[in-house]
Design a protein around this ligand. Structure first.
Ligand SMILES: C[S@@+](CC[C@H](N)C(=O)[O-])C[C@H]1O[C@@H](n2cnc3c(N)ncnc32)[C@H](O)[C@@H]1O
Length: 258
């Protein structure tokens, strides 16, 4: 039973960290005139309306992307600005791109994209904007294991689970170890929440043990509501592109001011 809906959280401070680093990596990887594969295990619907009832209800986007733009967190030439501006030109000033639309902005005709989304409503919404990609209505980890190593062989996999049950944290290191074994040149990026009860910690410890060369970047922020369990977020990137570490540290410094 899937109950998580990203529309309540799109554009929040956690999304901003993930999407800024994702856009940076895709920008970097598409500089080379060589085709690549882009894979996502948990794609979501791809396009969000920050004036919609879900976003209004939580106010998370106001504390996230809206504030970040007002305070110039993203320089005018930041790759995420390009994707955001294009989506707002096409869909209106309150539109916000999920990871699939960020990818669509950077991918070229010679690139291959595979997006998995299991929730029927989210998948149906994704199919309206996902014409650039192969869409899979199946478990994202199963899709990644079936496709990896992908063709073309260079590329990026984003893993962005909704962590609806505690078992998700236990399963992630195992899935990632299997995928990384099959695709040892792929950039594999995992997003995770930082929770007040540190539920993510054993998962992060296991990942660090298994992939000591990976890049780890964590940011902290105030909870969306008093008592809300998420107080930060992290990105764990295996085979990080050159220069990603500088961008990750720049973002960490911005969050440290909150
Ligand atoms: C955090 S949201 C994705 C947000 C998106 N990656 C973005 O940044 O815009 C997680 C999504 O995963 C979907 N989902 C949950 N379990 C899944 C599974 N086993 N396989 C594929 N998708 C799943 C949920 O329906 C939800 O839309």
């Amino acid at each position: 039973m899937l109950s998580y809906q990203h529309a309540y959280h799109a554009g929040n401070l956690a999304d901003l960290q993930k999407h800024a680093l994702l856009a940076w990596m895709l920008d970097y990887l598409t500089l080379k005139p060589k085709p690549l594969s882009y894979l996502e295990t948990h794609a979501g619907r791809g396009l969000y309306d920050l004036s919609g009832p879900e976003s209004e209800k939580t106010g998370e986007a106001r504390a996230g992307i809206t504030r970040a733009l007002a305070e110039d967190w993203l320089p005018a030439d930041h790759p995420l600005r390009g994707a955001l501006d294009q989506v707002r030109d096409l869909h209106g000033p309150d539109a916000y791109p999920g990871s699939p639309l960020i990818a669509r902005y950077f991918l070229r005709p010679e690139d291959e994209a595979h997006l998995a989304e299991l929730h029927p409503t989210e998948h149906e919404a994704l199919s309206r904007i996902g014409g650039f990609a192969h869409l899979h209505r199946q478990d994202g980890f199963a899709m990644a294991k079936a496709i990896c190593p992908p063709t073309p062989r260079r590329g990026l996999l984003l893993i962005d689970p909704s962590y609806e049950v505690k078992a998700d944290y236990d399963a992630v290191p195992r899935h990632i170890a299997q995928i990384a074994r099959k695709w040892n040149v792929g950039v594999i990026a995992l997003w995770y929440p930082i929770l007040t009860d540190d539920r993510q910690k054993p998962m992060v410890d296991a990942l660090r043990r298994d992939h000591p060369q990976a890049l780890l970047s964590e940011v902290r922020f105030p909870p969306a509501r008093p008592g809300h369990g998420m107080v930060g977020s992290g990105m764990f990137v295996i085979n990080p592109p050159f220069g990603l570490e500088d961008e990750a540290r720049r973002i960490e410094r911005l969050y440290a001011r909150l």
